[in-house]
Write a protein that binds this ligand. Structure first.
Ligand code: MRU
Length: 343
């Protein structure tokens, strides 16, 4: 089967990833033929965004099984699973996808295993697109009419199978003619907001205004924001949410200004195994990501740097979590666990 997404092209026997490190100035597709190449692409940010990472890991494992051909077995794929799992620690979709494929392939070997893993990876890809359209509709209904929303990082078609999570809500609200516009924070240090979100929204003709991250408070104080809509990398049982560094700042600001703070994510981003956000492993990335901007030094070369890629927003600051199954209003453990049991 061939599946074409904005940043993930599956050709049935190999994968292509749009290199998100060089967008929007260059369009480069990189071929991925095995699990090592998939893991490297995740680690090096060729592909990023929790759902897209999960989809890529699933295809990487299926490709590895294909390489092993008649020798393929879950035991022989153990190293590939370990390599993929070590690529990035915070987005639970990566581990969710690998566990799902392990269960799928459990009793199978050889070509039967290759076929089953390939079909499941394709299903994960397609289910994510459907989930985003569903959650987009649930989330759009939460926005006031003619709203201007603030978003952070990139949660769009590039970060998912398609449509997007927080950007899926924004896209759906725009299609319904209920959205006035979007402020996108630039999202230092990787600039997903300026390079990716403003590019995606501008391509769709959705009015977007790019701001430096430090502008959010001023916008809210001026009454220019009616909702903050963000994605998630991992949501624990009580609703605490890990997302791109700077999300927590926005939640505190939104609470102070009494602005709804909405988290959008597929059910595959919920991690009921962790009771609360204190258990989430937060990825720390290389100091040069902060010392440089787009490869150009902007700080003394030896200055100490703290570079966590994510922060945790406590559930108490979250107005609603939106998934493809509906809305968790004012999330807590009972509500999140009940939501997971919904069909
Ligand atoms: O470091 P990134 O670019 O992978 O971080 C991405 C985010 O934080 C997104 O908000 C999250 O993964 C949700 S993407 C639908």
């Amino acid at each position: 089967m061939v599946i074409n997404s904005a940043a993930i092209r599956w050709h049935g026997d190999f994968l292509e990833l749009l290199d998100q490190r060089v967008l929007p100035t260059e369009t480069v597709w990189l071929p991925i033929r095995n699990s090592d190449e998939a893991a490297a692409a995740i680690r090096d940010m060729v592909v990023r965004g929790a759902p897209a990472i999960g989809i890529t890991a699933a295809y990487g494992l299926a490709l590895e099984a294909g390489r092993q051909a008649e020798d393929a077995s879950m035991e022989n794929l153990a190293d590939a699973i370990d390599t993929l799992a070590a690529s990035r620690p915070t987005a639970v979709n990566l581990f969710w996808a690998l566990k799902r494929l392990q269960a799928t392939g459990d009793a199978l070997r050889g070509s039967a295993l290759v076929d089953a893993l390939t079909q499941d990876a394709e299903a994960i890809h397609q289910e994510d697109i459907a989930a985003n359209h569903a959650l987009g509709a649930f989330g759009a209904a939460l926005l006031p009419d003619n709203a201007t929303v603030y978003t952070h990082c990139n949660t769009g078609a590039l970060a998912t199978g398609g449509h997007g999570t927080a950007l899926g809500i924004i896209r759906t609200a725009w299609e319904q003619q209920r959205l006035k516009g979007v402020y996108a924070g630039e999202t230092r240090p990787w600039l997903q907001g300026s390079r990716l979100t403003s590019w995606e929204l501008a391509n769709d003709g959705i009015p977007v205004t790019l701001v430096a991250d430090s502008t959010a408070g001023q916008l809210m104080a001026q009454g220019k924001i009616q909702a903050v809509v963000v994605g998630a990398d991992r949501i624990t049982a009580n609703g605490d949410t890990a997302n791109k560094i700077g999300t927590y700042n926005l939640a505190v600001l939104a609470q102070y200004h009494r602005i709804p703070f909405i988290v959008a994510a597929p059910v595959s981003t919920l991690d009921p195994a962790l009771a609360d956000g204190s258990h989430i492993i937060i990825e720390e990335r290389h100091a040069d990501e902060v010392r440089h901007v787009q490869g150009k030094p902007v700080a003394p070369s030896q200055v100490a740097v703290y570079n966590p890629a994510f922060d945790v927003t406590p559930a108490g600051l979250i107005t609603a979590i939106v998934t493809e199954r509906g809305v968790i209003d004012r999330p807590n453990t009972d509500k999140v666990l009940a939501h997971l049991h919904k069909p």
